[in-house]
Design a binder for this molecule. Structure first.
Ligand SMILES: [Ca+2]
Length: 216
């Protein structure tokens, strides 16, 4: 009995020990595999996702950047076209026009080669003999090409005043003869609206003037 009890006690004790350790060992084992398994699954996804995500963003950014520039390019030329390309301008003004002021001996004379068949002669040799173009109207304050058509069988000088301001003495090279029109082109700033250009020579004769062409 004693032995049986002892055996039984041992068995019981053994069983109890075997049962107790078993659950204790299973509990930790179960959580570990579960805990270990999930981390590997998430970590690879995290590693792969970061590497993939950087690629798409650049592609989307490049596409986004490409879009706006296209719209900007279409709108930009419109705004630049207005100031960068002013409307072309061209006008002719006859020297013999009654609108102009012819002082002293300066007066219209016929010349077949001249526009409208007339030039203004006898400008110069005296301060009273001058020619002033008036009403040279331009659309904007800008620099214009001023082409002075004249006749002079020899090189002559004349002082040019634009809106009363002297540009100094200009030399007009000799034209082919006293009947053929030549031209001298200058770049002169003019004001929006009407301008005046006066030619004179208080000492010597100036050329005979045919007309002035303004262009931009
Ligand atoms: Ca003329």
């Amino acid at each position: 009995m004693t032995t049986a009890l002892a055996v039984a006690g041992v068995v019981v004790a053994f069983v109890a020990r075997s049962e107790s350790p078993a659950p204790a060992a299973q509990l930790p084992l179960t959580p570990l595999p579960a805990a270990v398994a999930p981390p590997p699954a998430t970590s690879p996804s995290d590693d792969s996702s970061p590497s993939i995500s950087p690629v798409p963003p650049p592609a989307s950014k490049s596409a986004g950047v490409g879009g706006p520039p296209a719209s900007r390019r279409s709108s930009t030329p419109v705004t630049r076209t207005e100031p960068a390309h002013p409307a072309p301008f061209q006008a002719s003004y006859e020297a013999e026009s009654q609108r102009n002021v012819m002082g002293g001996q300066a007066r219209p004379m016929p010349r077949d080669d001249a526009s409208d068949g007339l030039v203004v002669r006898f400008v110069g040799k005296n301060e009273a003999n001058f020619l002033r173009f008036t009403g040279l109207t331009v659309p904007d304050s800008d620099i214009y090409s001023v082409q002075v058509h004249y006749i002079s069988g020899e090189a002559r000088q004349a002082t040019m005043l634009v809106n009363g301001r002297s540009l100094g003495d200009l030399t007009f090279p000799a034209s082919p003869d006293w009947y053929t029109v030549d031209a001298l082109t200058l770049r002169i700033p003019l004001n929006a609206g009407a301008n005046t250009i006066e030619v004179r020579n208080d000492i010597d004769y100036a050329p005979d003037f045919d007309r002035i062409d303004l262009t931009r």
